[in-house]
Structure formats: structure tokens, C-alpha cells
Write a protein that binds this ligand. Sequence first.
Ligand SMILES: C[C@](O)(CO)[C@H](O)COP(=O)(O)OP(=O)(O)OC[C@H]1O[C@@H](n2ccc(N)nc2=O)[C@H](O)[C@@H]1O
Ligand SMILES: Nc1ncnc2c1ncn2[C@@H]1O[C@H](COP(=O)(O)OP(=O)(O)OP(=O)(O)O)[C@@H](O)[C@H]1O
Length: 320
Amino acid sequence: MSRQAAPETNAGAGRASPAGVDPLVRAVVERAPAKINLALHVTGRRADGRHSLESLVTFANVVDRVHVVAAERDRFELCGPYASALANDPGNLVLAARDRLREALRTLDQPAPPVAITLEKNLPVASGIGGGSADAAATLRALARSWSVHMSDAEMADIAAGLGADVPMCLATRPLVATGVGERIRILSEFPSFDMVLVTPDRPVSTAEIFSNLDRRENAGLTLPPRWSAFTNNCAILAAMRNDLEATAADAEPAIGEARSDLTDAGARLARMSGSGATCFGLFTDAATAQAAALSIRRRRPGWFVADCRSVYANARGLP
Ligand SMILES: C[C@](O)(CO)[C@H](O)COP(=O)(O)OP(=O)(O)OC[C@H]1O[C@@H](n2ccc(N)nc2=O)[C@H](O)[C@@H]1O
Ligand SMILES: Nc1ncnc2c1ncn2[C@@H]1O[C@H](COP(=O)(O)OP(=O)(O)OP(=O)(O)O)[C@@H](O)[C@H]1O
């Protein structure tokens, strides 16, 4: 399944292009950054069985990429280290996003011609860093550019919400607080960026199973500080928050506890699970320390996904 990752811009001279794709047409490329739940409080369970959450979320510069180029007919390809973990079928959130956007454009009488989409899958699947939701959001952004879509942010956010609770936050790709089942977002205009390491044991975790096995569903919500300050203070503030899914997930998958201990042993000032796991993140004082920690954990855990990275800044669109 895996092949050489597609380039950032176009196929260009000397590079084979897929059948039906004009090699002189530039590909649109959008990044799909990993979502990190710095804190995730479960505050209740709704009548429909889903859980209400309050989550402090940021994004990291570890990304999938969605490449879109005009084509004679719709095509979809997967490449990258985790491509083989996904089926090339209509269940892929990239195709769901394409189809929903196209449907919305049809009702607005706007064109949505055939496209060749390549998903470069660098993020582990079903691992608590929202790769599928990020891919769906990146597909919406890429197609909006490729098709020159005229749509308000609110209309686009509606389409995102229809694809999954985490897709609107991934469309924003900025530090935020998510409530509801994750679909209601409040962007944080002031929020620190962190040097981080992500560690994902090589075992996927079932989100549904973790939620259904929770012992406690009604927990206190987030208490956010009036302002964020220096790294040590910020870690202390975050340490008072929780991931209410972590104990249940670590019971089901002991490797989660090992990942978290690996991070703490390697010098993380704060380590915690993201989403429903199994990815754990660690916050480090600086990039060099994070890089050294990633190196030592990678040596110890062959087969696990280990990435040193930096989270996005609140005051900048896009990625650092
Ligand atoms: C927990 C988070 O990681 C927080 O960012 C995400 O909301 C999970 O999102 P996801 O992996 O896309 O999971 P979904 O496909 O939405 O949900 C899978 C299953 O988990 C349970 N689920 C999920 C989210 C939620 N707020 N309450 C739930 O009870 C439901 O049984 C649902 O059927
Ligand atoms: N493009 C995609 N990338 C990843 N998963 C996808 C994609 N399309 C569909 N899926 C399906 O979505 C499910 C969740 O995958 P994803 O990687 O988003 O989970 P996650 O990281 O645990 O998300 P979350 O943090 O929101 O719980 C998987 O079972 C996978 O089969």
C-alpha cells in the first residue's frame, strides 16, 4: 500500500502522474495536524448515550497530508507509514468529507468537478490524536481551495460537524476549549505553545469501549486560569486537570501506563493520555530535551510511534 509520499506542490517535470491527471496542474496540499487533548473531563452522559465533555485541546506539528489535484474522474490513494491500517473504501473520512462538501455545493449551484485525492497517513490510526477527524477537516480545506468554494465559515463548520464531533475543532486547528460532545468550540486567543513528545503504543484502543467501561461519568468541568504564564506554572495548572478516560483506558491497555512512565522517566514535566488513548503526550522544557527524550524512548520501544513536536501558537493561523 505504501509508496513514496507525494510532493508538496505539483507532479512537475520528470515525475509520473496518475492517469487522467494533468502534470502541470498544481496539487493543493493541506496538513492534518495531530489533535492533543491536554485535558479531557467527562461531565455527564446524554440521553443519546454519548458523553458530554469539557476538553482543552491543542494541535501539534506532526501531520497527515491531504493532496488534491484536478482529474478526469474521482480517485483516492493512500500512502505513508500508516496507510495499510486503513481500507481504501467509502468509510474513509476523506471520502465522506469530499462527498458531503460536493452535496452541499450542488444545492448552492457551485461546481465540484472530479479530483484525485491522496492521503499521506503519517499518524497512527485509532490512537486518540484524532487523525481521521483531522483528515476530514484537511479534505474540506483542500477542496475549498481546489474548487474555489464560496461558503461562509459557519456553513463550512456545519458540514464539518456532520462528519464527526471532532471535525469542527480540527477545522479550526488552534488551541481551544471543546464542550458538548466536542463539537462546540471556543478558540483561545492567548495560549502557550509546548515542546512535546507523543508516544503511541502499537495497539489501537476502542473509543466506544473506553466510554462504556467508565466507572464515573459525572465529573467536575474544567477550571481555566485567567491567563497562562511561564512553562512551570502552566504545567502546574495543567496538572490540576485530568483525562477522565485515562484510568479506564490504562486498565484495558497496560501499555498506556508504560508510555506515560516512559515520558516521565525521560524528563517530561507533565505526561498524560490524549483522547481515549493510547497516545500519551509529554511536555518538556525545550525542544532539545524533547528531542533527546524521543530518541531514548524510540530506542526502547521499537514499533511504537514516537514523535517530538511543537504545538501550535494561539496567535498564528496554521502551524509553527
Ligand atoms: C474522546 C475524543 O477523543 C475527544 O477528543 C473524541 O471525541 C473521540 O472521537 P472519535 O474517535 O471520532 O469517536 P466517535 O466515533 O465520535 O465515537 C466512538 C464512540 O465513543 C463513544 N463516545 C464518543 C464521544 C463522546 N463524546 N461520547 C461517547 O460516548 C460512543 O459510543 C461513540 O459511538
Ligand atoms: N482517514 C482516516 N484516518 C484515520 N481513521 C479513519 C480515517 N477514516 C476513517 N477512519 C476510522 O475512524 C476511526 C477513528 O480513527 P482516528 O484515527 O480518527 O481515531 P482517534 O485518533 O482515536 O480519534 P479520537 O482522538 O477522536 O478518539 C478508526 O476506526 C478508523 O478506521
